[in-house]
Write a protein that binds this ligand. Structure first.
Ligand code: SAM
Ligand code: F3S
Length: 456
C-alpha cells in the first residue's frame, strides 16, 4: 500500500510552487500518492506563510485540527514547512509537540529522508538550514498539471525592506543557472505547457550563470525561454522597482511572448515612508519606470502591492498614496494590506501611534479606488478581441471554457473542451466583477502550436 500525503499551503505563489515540489519529491523518492482529504493521509504537510501576523496565527489552529486526526490514527505524521517553520524552527515543537517534521523552504527536498528517520523511531525531525541551491539539484522533474506552470528561477531576497520577514525566512538571493531553468521549461513544454510564470521573491534580481560562466539576467532568460518551442506566453513575478534593468524594459518591446502584464509592488506613495521602508526607490523613480514600460508596451496592465498604516503614516502620507494611485493607474489591481509588525524586522521597533480603526478606514478607501480602476480597465476591454490561453472548463458551467488574457484577466466563453491548452481569439462581450465573458472568434490550429491563429 502506498502512503498518502495531503498538503495545505498558505501565502504566495512561491509557496504554491514549493507545495507541489514537496509532493513531487515524496511521490518519486518515497512512493507516496497525493490525496485531497486530510482524513485519508498518512502524512499531513502544512506549508506556512509568515508575511503577516494573521497568516502566522492560522498555523497553530490548523495544527490543532490535525492533532485530532492524529489522536484517532497515531501513525499519522504531521510536518510543518514554509516561512513560519523557517523562522520558528524547533520552537514549533514546544508549542505543538505532536508535530513530527519541521522543514524550511530550502530543505523541502530532504522530506523523504526526514520521513524515513522519523518512521525509524528517530524522534521529531527539524531541518531549516539554507543549503544554497541544493534543493533544485535534488528535485525531480516537475509534472505539468495543465497548460500553465510555475518555474522557480531564484530564491530568497537580499533587499531587506524594513517591514518584511522574507530575507530572514528564505535567505539571501540565489539564482538557478540558465541551463537548468531552460531544461525545466523544455520538460514542461514537452508535456503540453504553453505558458510559464518565472518565479522569484525578487525575480528581477535574477543572475543565473550562463554556459560561459558569466551572469545572465532576467531579460536574457525571458528571451531564451521565449525561444523554447511550444512556450508562447511568459509571465514573471514578483519584481522590485529598484532593480528593473533596461534589458527587462527592452524585453517588453522585443519579446512578443512576454505577457501584457506586470506586478510591480510600490508599497506607498510617500517618499518619506518609502525611505523608512528601505525600499531603495522614491515615487519619481517608480513613475519614471512605469512611463518607460508603457512606452515599450502600450497595452501593459499594471498590478501592485500596497501597505496601509506603516508606522508613522499620517493622513497626509496616505493622501500621497491615493494621489500616486490616481497618477499611475493600477488597471490590473493591487494586493493591499494593513501593515503587520513582524518580529525581528527593523520596522517592528518604530513608533506606531495610528489607531487600527483609522488604518482599516484608509484600507477601505484605497481598495475602493483600486476597484474603480480595475472596473474601468475591464470596460475598456469590451468589444476587443483578446488572445486567451484556454486553461480548462469553466467553474460555473461545463459547457463553457475558462482562460486568461495576456493582461491576466479570466475570461469565460462557450466552447469545446478540446480547445484546452490552445490559444483562442475571444471577443470580450461582458464584464463581471472578477471575470470577463466572451465569444470565440478563432482558434490556433493544433499542429501549428505557436503559430498565428487562423479561422475557427
Ligand atoms: N518582492 C516584492 C517587492 O518588491 O516588494 C515583495 C514580496 S513580499 C513577500 C509580498 C508583499 O507582502 C509585499 O509587497 C508587501 O506589500 C507585503 N508585506 C510584506 N511584509 C508585510 C508586512 N509586515 N505587513 C504588511 N504587508 C507586508
Ligand atoms: Fe520583502 Fe522587500 Fe524582499 S518586500 S521579499 S524584502 S523586496
Amino acid at each position: 500500500m502506498t502512503e498518502a500525503v495531503y498538503v495545505e499551503t498558505q501565502g504566495c505563489q512561491m509557496n504554491e510552487y514549493d507545495a507541489d515540489r514537496m509532493v513531487d519529491v515524496l511521490v518519486s523518492e518515497a512512493g507516496f500518492r497525493r490525496v485531497d482529504a486530510p482524513e485519508q493521509a498518512d502524512l499531513l504537510l502544512l506549508n506556512t506563510c509568515s508575511v503577516r501576523e494573521k497568516a502566522q496565527e492560522k498555523v497553530f489552529s490548523q495544527l490543532g485540527r490535525w492533532r485530532r486526526l492524529k489522536d484517532r490514527a497515531p501513525e499519522t505524521l504531521i510536518g510543518v514547512g514554509g516561512c513560519v517553520a523557517s523562522q520558528e524552527g524547533d520552537a514549533i515543537l514546544r508549542r505543538a509537540p505532536y508535530v513530527d517534521l519541521v522543514f524550511g523552504p530550502q530543505t523541502l527536498h530532504r522530506l523523504p529522508e526526514m520521513v524515513a528517520r522519523r518512521r525509524a523511531g528517530g524522534g521529531p525531525q527539524v531541518d531549516v538550514a539554507f543549503p544554497e541551491i541544493e534543493k533544485f539539484d535534488r528535485l525531480p522533474e516537475p509534472r505539468a498539471t495543465g497548460p500553465t506552470a510555475y518555474v522557480s528561477v531564484m530564491e530568497g531576497c537580499s533587499k531587506y525592506c524594513s517591514f518584511c520577514v522574507v530575507p530572514y525566512t528564505r535567505g539571501e538571493e540565489i539564482s538557478r543557472p540558465v541551463a537548468d531553468v531552460l531544461a525545466e521549461v523544455e520538460a514542461l513544454a514537452a508535456q503540453g505547457v504553453r505558458e510559464v510564470t518565472l518565479l522569484g521573491q525578487n525575480v528581477n534580481a535574477y543572475a543565473g550563470r550562463l554556459r560561459d560562466g558569466s551572469a545572465g539576467d532576467l531579460g536574457l532568460l525571458i528571451e531564451a525561454v521565449a525561444a523554447v518551442p511550444g512556450i508562447d506566453r511568459i509571465r514573471f513575478t514578483t519584481s522590485h522597482p529598484a532593480e528593473f534593468h533596461a534589458g527587462l524594459v527592452e524585453a517588453y518591446r522585443e519579446v512578443p511572448e512576454l505577457a501584457d502584464f506586470l506586478h510591480l509592488p510600490v508599497q506607498a506613495g510617500s517618499d518619506l515612508l518609502l525611505r523608512l521602508m528601505k525600499r531603495g526607490h522614491d515615487t519619481a523613480a517608480y513613475e519614471a519606470l512605469v512611463a518607460e514600460l508603457r512606452a515599450a508596451r502600450p497595452s501593459l496592465a499594471l498590478a501592485t502591492d500596497l501597505i496601509v498604516g506603516f508606522p508613522g503614516e499620517t493622513e497626509e502620507h496616505f493622501t500621497e498614496t491615493m494621489a500616486l494611485i490616481d497618477r499611475v493607474g493600477f488597471d490590473a489591481g493591487a494586493f493591499s494590506f494593513i501593515y503587520s509588525p513582524r518580529p525581528g524586522t527593523p520596522a517592528a521597533a518604530l513608533h506606531d501611534p495610528t489607531p487600527q480603526a483609522a488604518k482599516r478606514e484608509r484600507l477601505h478607501r484605497l481598495q475602493a479606488r483600486i476597484a474603480e480602476q480595475q472596473a474601468a480597465a475591464a470596460q475598456r476591454l469590451l468589444g476587443t478581441v483578446q488572445s486567451v490561453l484556454v486553461e480548462g472548463v469553466s467553474r460555473r458551467s461545463a459547457a463553457e471554457l475558462r482562460g486568461r488574457t495576456s493582461c491576466n484577466r479570466v475570461v469565460n466563453f462557450p466552447g469545446d473542451p478540446a480547445l484546452v491548452g490552445r490559444f483562442a481569439e475571444v471577443r470580450i462581450s461582458g464584464v463581471r466583477t472578477h471575470s470577463l465573458r466572451g465569444e470565440l472568434e478563432a482558434v490556433e490550429q493544433p499542429a501549428a502550436a505557436g503559430a498565428a491563429a487562423t479561422g475557427a
